[in-house]
Design a protein around this ligand. Structure first.
Ligand code: BT5
Length: 266
C-alpha cells in the first residue's frame, strides 16, 4: 500500500516543511505532539501505514488497518481566526477542505459532512477528523489535525470497532468505486485542498456557514445531540455559525448553539 516509491513521493507533498512516514505507529496524533516538543518546523506531517492505538474523540478508538490514510498535520495559529473562535471551527472546516479534495479525487462520490468531524457516504462513515490544540510558549494555539480516511482498506463486511450506542457502518473509497488509489496522490490532493480552505477561512471566517452548507447532510433534519458531558438536545438542524457551532432549532422555536457533541438523526 505504501511501497518505497509512494513513501519517497511524500517528500514532494505541497505546503508541508517536514514529512515523516512510519509503517506502524500507535497514533499519528501522539507522534505529532512529540514533533511540537522537538520544535519541528511547521506545517509538519506524520503519516502511518497502520496504527495500533488510533484515537477518535472522547476516548473512542479508530480502526486503522493498512490501506487506510492515517495522517496528522501540525500547523500553527496562523491557519485561521484567533482563539477562542478558532476552537470549535478547526475540525469542521478541515472537513470542508477534505470534502473539496475528495470531490477532485472521486467526483461521483456522494460525500456529506456530519457535524462536527465526520465524512459520510450514505449511512456509512468514510473518515473522521480529530483536532487537538497545544498552546505554544506564548499561549498561541498549535493545532494537531488528525485525519483518518478509509481509502484502499475494505470495510464492508469487516468488523469496525464501534461504541455500544453506535450502529453506523464504515465504507472506503475502494468499497465505493472498486478501484484502489495511490495514497501519496490522495494525500497531495487533500493537502492542497486543505491549504486553500484554511487560507479562505483565515481571510474570511464569516463564510464558514455558507461553505459548510454545501456538504451538510443534516440541514433541515430533526436530530438528537449528545454533548458527551451529560447534556442532550433535540431539534431541527439549521446550519452552523461562523465559529463552527451547530444551530439547533428546538420545538419552542428558539435556536440553541452547540459547540461540542455527537449528532444523529432523531
Ligand atoms: C473521529 O472520531 O471520527 C476521529 C477519527 C480520527 C482518526 C485519525 S487517524 C490519524 C489520527 N491519529 C489518531 O490517533 N487519530 C487520528 P469520532 O467522531 O469519535 O468517531 C469514532 C467512531 O468512529 C468510533 O467509535 C467507531 O464507531 C467509528 N470508527 C472507528 N474507526 C472507523 C473507521 N476506520 N471507519 C469508520 N468508522 C470508524
Amino acid at each position: 500500500m505504501w511501497d518505497a516509491e509512494s513513501q519517497r513521493s511524500l517528500q514532494k507533498l505541497p505546503w508541508v516543511c517536514h514529512v515523516e512516514f512510519h509503517p506502524t505507529l500507535g497514533s499519528t496524533n501522539d507522534r505529532a505532539r512529540q514533533l511540537l516538543d522537538e520544535g519541528t518546523e511547521l506545517p509538519a506531517l506524520v503519516v502511518a501505514g497502520q496504527q495500533t492505538a488510533g484515537r477518535g474523540r472522547l476516548s473512542r478508538s479508530w480502526w486503522s488497518p493498512p490501506g487506510a490514510l492515517l495522517a496528522s498535520l501540525v500547523v500553527g495559529a496562523d491557519i485561521g481566526p484567533e482563539l477562542p473562535r478558532a476552537m470549535a471551527v478547526v475540525a469542521p472546516w478541515t472537513g470542508v477542505g477534505l470534502a473539496d479534495g475528495l470531490a477532485r479525487i472521486e467526483p461521483a462520490l456522494p460525500l456529506w459532512l456530519k457535524w462536527p468531524n465526520d465524512l459520510m457516504v450514505g449511512d456509512a462513515k468514510l473518515g473522521g477528523v480529530l483536532v487537538e490544540c497545544v498552546p505554544d510558549a506564548g499561549g498561541r494555539p498549535q493545532w494537531i489535525v488528525g485525519v483518518g480516511l478509509n481509502v484502499n482498506n475494505v470495510c464492508v463486511g469487516k468488523r469496525v470497532p464501534k461504541e455500544p450506542s453506535d450502529n453506523r457502518a464504515a465504507i472506503s473509497l475502494r468499497d465505493f468505486s472498486g478501484r484502489s488509489y495511490p495514497l501519496a496522490d490522495v494525500l497531495g490532493t487533500l493537502l492542497s485542498a486543505l491549504a486553500a480552505a484554511y487560507s479562505q477561512f483565515r481571510a474570511d471566517p464569516e463564510r464558514f456557514p455558507e461553505r459548510w452548507r454545501i456538504y451538510c447532510g443534516l440541514q433541515g433534519r430533526r436530530v438528537r445531540i449528545d454533548s458527551g458531558h451529560g447534556q442532550t438536545g433535540v431539534g431541527v438542524c439549521v446550519g452552523v455559525d461562523a465559529d463552527g457551532a451547530l444551530r439547533l432549532q428546538t420545538d419552542s422555536g428558539s435556536v440553541e448553539l452547540w459547540r461540542h457533541g455527537t449528532v444523529r438523526p432523531a
